[in-house]
Design a protein around this ligand. Structure first.
Ligand code: DGJ
Length: 706
């Protein structure tokens, strides 16, 4: 960074580590007509083309601002000047937002202060770096040091100006059952913007953007960013008339504004910026490592997650005591570690139309309650989990009769239903307390050690009936309410494994990852679609944070039939579970599942704690290949998925880098031995077996050197 004219905080470089920096890339500036120049003597210094660390409105920079503040009479002019900086040890602990954790590793934070003397507003820009990571965590805070209330109408977490050099952008898009689809495109002049106004990070455009040039999975520079936040967000890319690029990420400025009273401070969510010159795998690696070391709760970081059986696709809402008992028996016989009772266990919940909010156990389905089942599971050495959708309320419930004012809605309009349900007003402290109490009671009374936290609709009527704050604050206040609830629950019950779910990946973001160590990333368990969904999500998320289930065929979402080995390999590439009828199986099927579970358990540590690389992209063709290897590169598992059988392909070839090139590796179960360099550069030829949706698994073991 540089301070220009003792006023402007200017961005100079973000990229590969330098040994020193002396402004070699500082561009010469030229006077241009229409370019506002505050200093008459230096007409070439114009905010129009300065690369700002924090651009704001009405200073002569006509690109997208990162901060906008409205004062009296709706005046949106501000004039911030550089004021000073400090460097402090550690990472900032945000009290009400998820944030990068300051674990054993050393972190340092640079805080740069800007001040507007007229408005008496102070802005602080935070940059935290971590000793073992290439990631930079950025955020912005605004403090009202004046006596008048102001309105913050835009507050982004990070803004970055750089030169356009032929880079392409990578983002993801998606929907329910088809999350994290790759979108790589050329950058055009103008503005490209993604985001969410759905009250959740949402699968439509998750908060991620990468800039890259001549990069692929294995090589090339990738600058990528994401946001530690789960609500409305925006990510923008602007290519201006001088071929300058501006990247921005933060709260969605169309749905967010905030009243800042005298003396108050508003803190933005944190953005995580990663630079890699090792391609998209390198970028993913730095995100994975960072989230594992600094975001996921340390207690869950290396803890083996249970192999579970979930009741949902077995019977949907039609659950009862006898059935769950049978499920426990079968689970224990086959080698599962936890049984999860999904939706349908409470107050006549026989369809999606009823009962959310009335969390009493359904006496007809479970006349003895849930506790005896949990105990029965425990006797058999199994854990027990239960499903909740705590943020929601069905229209015909006792809860809504007792507390009609708890529904998120405006006074004027009937609220819109989604999946036949309404949303609770999480900004209301009584609602927060109700949810904390309901879940605490269930955890304690039932004795469950796993909670699946679902959220099956997005927000359409962002209003609190209490009316004690302006409506434009609603979306952010909802998130602060949610974070408060899940922080309280996860701190009180650290031994309970909470799984994040929003019809799969409807709120799949690293904000939720701070509280819940794993996410059910998609309702789609199909053996073809999951290749794309898991590949896409792995650009950001470590494997330990994703769950995948083996389900029945034909698949309930796509009606496609994919062989068991392929479905098992896909689920085995995540926190693995099953979601199908395991009660009515023949002996051969039982044996197949037993074997699968045994193998997975033996490989679980490598999958969860090792390193994950994408070798072949399902977004580019008929093949998808993944590599798991431990940090010491002593063992590895490669999965090669070949979807359509093509007669032309006599054989398949997969190159396997990321092993020790000087080491020798044996393919387990064979006498084939190859050097790491041969596997990386010549590749491994595989038989192209007949039949669609096939998978091949190659297990490699490094041989002792003589
Ligand atoms: C959506 C989830 O993603 C499913 O796994 C299941 O829990 C249903 N909701 C239950 O209603």
């Amino acid at each position: 960074m540089e301070i220009v004219e003792e006023t402007y905080l200017i961005h100079r470089y973000w990229g590969k580590k330098l040994t020193s920096y002396h402004f070699s890339n500082r561009p010469t500036l030229k006077k241009r007509t229409f370019a506002a120049a505050p200093n008459n003597e230096k007409p070439e210094i114009s905010p129009e083309f300065l690369p700002f660390e924090l651009p704001f409105a009405h200073q002569g920079d006509f690109r997208s601002p990162a901060l906008q503040i409205e004062q009296k009479n709706c005046e949106t002019i501000t004039r911030f000047s550089y004021q000073g900086y400090e460097i402090v040890d550690g990472a900032p602990e945000l009290t009400d937002l998820p944030h990068a954790r300051n674990t054993e590793e050393q972190a340092q934070t640079l805080i740069v202060y800007l001040f507007d003397e007229i408005a008496q507003i102070e802005v602080a820009l935070y940059y935290t770096i971590f000793a073992e990571s290439s990631v930079i965590v950025r955020s912005t805070s605004v403090k009202n040091a004046g006596s008048e209330t102001v309105k913050v109408t835009k507050l982004l977490s990070a803004s970055l100006d750089t030169r356009y050099d032929g880079q392409v952008s990578t983002t993801f898009y998606g929907t329910h059952q088809k999350e994290f689809q790759l979108n790589r495109q050329e950058i055009q002049h103008g503005m490209f913007k993604i985001g969410s106004s759905r009250g959740a990070s949402s699968p439509q455009y998750p908060p991620y953007l990468a800039l890259s040039k001549d990069a692929n999975e294995f090589q090339g520079e990738v600058h990528a960013m994401t946001l530690i936040y789960s609500g409305n967000h925006e990510t923008a890319l602007e290519l201006d008339q001088y071929n300058h690029l501006r990247l921005q990420i933060g709260l969605n400025s169309e749905t967010f504004a905030w009243q800042l009273h005298s003396g108050e401070t508003l803190q933005s969510p944190q953005a995580v910026l990663s630079y890699s010159d090792l391609g998209f795998n390198g970028s993913s690696q730095s995100f994975h490592q960072f989230f594992t070391d600094h975001l996921i709760h340390p207690a869950w970081k290396n803890k083996a997650r249970p192999v579970l059986i979930n009741s949902w696709e077995m019977t949907y809402y039609d659950v009862n005591e006898a059935l769950i008992k049978q499920l426990i028996d079968s689970a224990s016989e086959l080698g599962f570690e936890t049984v999860v009772l999904d939706d349908g266990w409470y107050s006549k919940r026989n369809s999606s139309k009823t009962s959310l909010g009335d969390w009493a156990v359904d006496g007809e389905k479970f006349p003895n309650g849930i506790k005896p089942l949990v105990e029965y599971a425990k006797e058999k050495g199994l854990g027990f989990g239960i499903w909740f959708e705590p943020e929601m309320i069905s229209p015909n419930t006792k809860l809504i009769q007792q507390h009609p004012d708890w529904v998120m809605r405006s006074a004027n309009y009937e609220p819109i239903l989604g999946r036949s349900q309404l949303v609770l007003d999480l900004t209301n402290p009584d609602v927060q307390q109700f949810i904390i109490h309901t879940l605490s009671q269930a955890i304690e009374d039932f004795g469950v050690n796993y909670v699946k936290w679902d959220m099956n609709r997005h927000l359409t009527d962002p209003f609190s009936q209490r009316g004690d704050f302006p409506a434009f604050e609603y979306g952010h206040r909802y998130m602060l309410g949610l974070y408060r609830i899940i922080d309280a629950l996860t701190s009180t019950y650290p031994e309970v494994l909470f799984e994040n779910c929003s019809s799969g990946g409807g709120r799949l973001d690293v904000g939720m990852l701070y509280y819940f160590p794993q996410t059910w990333i998609s309702d789609n368990t199909d053996g073809l679609d999951r290749q794309e969904i898991q590949s896409g999500a792995s650009n950001l998320f470590p494997i330990s944070s994703m769950t995948g289930h083996v389900s029945d065929v034909p698949n309930h979402q796509t009606n496609r039939t994919v062989p068991f080995e392929t479905r098992a390999a896909l689920a085995s590439s995540t926190n693995m579970g099953y979601e199908m009828d395991i009660i009515h199986l023949n002996e051969a099927e039982k044996e197949m599942i037993r074997q699968h579970l045994q193998t997975y358990k033996a490989e679980r540590e490598l999958i969860m704690q090792g390193q994950f690389y994408r070798l072949l992209s399902p977004f580019e063709g008929n093949l998808c290949a993944w590599l798991f290897t431990d940090k010491a590169q002593e063992q590895a598992i490669v999965y090669v998925f070949r979807n359509r059988y093509q007669v032309f392909d006599l054989s398949l070839l997969v190159k396997i880098p990321y092993l020790d090139e000087d080491g020798m590796y044996q393919i387990v179960g064979t006498d084939q031995v190859y050097s790491g360099s041969e596997l990386a550069h010549c590749g491994l030829a595989l038989d192209n077996k007949k039949g669609d949706f096939a998978v091949q698994k190659i297990t490699l073991k490094k041989m002792e050197s003589e």
